[in-house]
Ligand binder design. Structure first.
Ligand code: KIV
Ligand code: ZN
Length: 513
């Protein structure tokens, strides 16, 4: 890595997945990892292998399949976690073990119940253990920004001596402010032994809305790795948004003078993929990737834009891959037209995928006069979900109306055979969900249900997002359809597929296979 570059470390698949309700399956993580690779990030933190057998398998699969970037696995500072992390990534072309341990007195006293010397020993032993496995070791003192700086300097010096090659400073609870953070980083440069020979990294959370600003100021104070998540996903208020860091470095090259290896035109697609897979919508006013980020509503802004876009636009929508063309497809459009549009949007479907998508496109175009890019995006996402899910909604029928009890019939195909169920409910959605629930037979409670129209107009495609709780965990599902009830049914099936697949992972662990 050249000294003048900033290493982009993406942790969507680890810290991002820790967001309540953002759990992903192995295939979903692999799909996002492929897109992160295409985007050109330098490091992918693929997961936390000791946390679950499912995550171990996902990290292992990513390590084997994604060969260009560094693949990083997180480990607590304990022997079993470090061993498990190495086991998961040892097949990677460029493996990294990331060891973390709390360092603030609040954490030491109330969580670890250990003194500073004990924590120092644990850190040294586990960094050294990781280093015996792997030449690339990152160390993070958790809650660094609330740690006594004098203790932090000694701890970091010891971690470097034990073999750490990247020192990461996490603002774990999103507490610090740029000016204070800069002073801490300057202090680290000055007081930590061996700091010149390793990479300084930062990992900022967004509890006070400062994550991206803190990450950027850190670059001006010597950080050469920045950690973030796509769409700012992550614990609580999330992490610094990877796309915000990348676009700030790109748009303000004059100030930062720190190039990255990223192809910015892949940002939009990846943002939508992460949103679709996790079920976390992107807020319209979100920087870079929000639906309004490049929309100009007031007269004076529109006037300026017509005269010269630079009056109100500091980035071009095309630079992050927002489809620029206004081509609209319809029922007379053929396979070639559809493929050309999908390619322009950054999708490269295989021949068999295209066949399935074309059939779905024709069905949609028959019902809807104009098929817009957002409809195509929804189609692509629906196809991906339907293709990878073991339980599929094969048939759904609903009767409802004045003075009628809503009644739903569903047929679900599963690896064990088809299941048909009929159920009544207080409303159409309730009846449909009960019928699906009876067919699945996995313990769950529907806790959240949201409907969104993908495009404007009465014939818009409906997008439904649901959250279900099962054994203390939250799972999200999404579905789209011209018919709102069917969109709801697809979303619920999507969520229950996740519950079932996580249960499968647990069962595999119990059986030891
Ligand atoms: O926020 C944090 O402290 C973390 C560490 C594991 C790096 O995510
Ligand atoms: Zn974090």
């Amino acid at each position: 890595m050249k000294e003048d570059k900033v290493v982009i470390f993406d942790t969507t698949l680890r810290d991002g997945e820790q967001a309540a309700g953002a759990a992903m399956t192995k295939d979903e993580k692999l799909e996002i990892a492929k897109e992160l690779d295409e985007l050109g990030v330098d490091v992918i933190e693929a997961g936390f292998p000791i946390s679950s057998p499912g995550d171990f398998e996902a990290v292992q699969a990513i390590a084997q399949d994604i060969r260009r970037p560094v693949i990083c696995a997180l480990a607590h500072a304990n022997n079993a976690a470090v061993d498990r992390a190495w086991e998961a990534i040892k097949g990677a072309a460029h493996p990294r073990i990331h060891v973390f341990l709390s360092s603030s007195d609040i954490h030491l006293m109330h969580q670890l119940r250990k003194n500073r010397e004990e924590v120092m020993d644990i850190a040294i032993n586990n960094v050294a253990r990781a280093r015996r496995y792997c030449d690339d070791v990152e160390f993070s003192p958790m809650d660094a920004t609330r740690t006594d700086p004098e203790y932090l300097y000694v701890l970091l010096s010891a971690a470097i001596e034990a073999g750490a090659t990247t020192i990461n400073i996490p603002d774990t609870v999103g507490y610090t402010i740029s000016e204070e953070f800069s002073r801490l980083l300057d202090g680290i440069h000055k007081n930590v032994r061996g700091m010149d020979s390793v990479t300084l990294s930062v990992h900022c959370h967004n509890d006070l809305g400062q994550a991206s600003a803190n990450s950027l100021i850190a670059i001006l104070h010597g950080a050469r790795q920045v950690e973030g998540c796509i769409n700012g996903l992550g614990e609580r208020a999330g992490n610094a948004a990877t796309e915000e860091i990348i676009m700030a470095l790109d748009t303000r090259k004059d100030l930062f003078k720190r190039p990255t290896n990223v192809d910015t035109s892949r940002i939009y697609r990846l943002s939508r993929l992460v949103s679709d897979i996790t079920g976390f919508p992107v807020q319209p006013n979100k920087a870079i990737v929000g639906g309004n980020a490049f929309r100009h509503a007031s007269g004076i802004h529109q006037d300026g834009m017509i005269k010269d876009r630079r009056t109100y636009e500091i980035m071009k929508p095309e630079s992050i891959g927002i489809p620029g063309s206004a081509i609209v497809l319809g029922k007379l459009s053929g396979r070639h037209g559809l493929l050309a549009r999908l390619n322009e949007m950054g999708y490269q479907p295989s021949d068999s995928d295209l066949n399935r998508i074309y059939t779905a496109f024709k069905e949609l175009a028959d019902k809807k006069r104009e098929v817009m890019d957002k409809d195509l995006e929804a189609l692509m996402n629906n196809q991906r979900r339907a293709f990878t899910e073991p339980y599929k909604l094969e048939f759904a029928h609903i009767t409802s109306g004045t003075n009628q009890t809503p009644t739903a019939t569903v047929k679900i195909s599963s690896p064990k055979g088809d299941i048909t169920n009929v159920s009544t409910g207080t409303g159409s959605v309730d009846a449909m969900c009960k019928a699906i629930n009876n067919a699945f037979q996995v313990p769950n409670k529907l806790t959240d249900f949201r409907i969104n129209a993908i495009t404007e107009g009465i014939d818009a495609v409906a997008e439904v997002t649901v959250r279900v709780e099962s054994e203390g965990k939250i799972y999200t599902g999404r579905g789209t359809d011209m018919d709102t009830i069917l969109a709801a049914a697809k979303a619920y099936v999507n969520a229950l597929n996740r519950v079932a697949s996580m249960e499968g992972a647990v069962t595999r662990q119990i059986l030891g296979s």
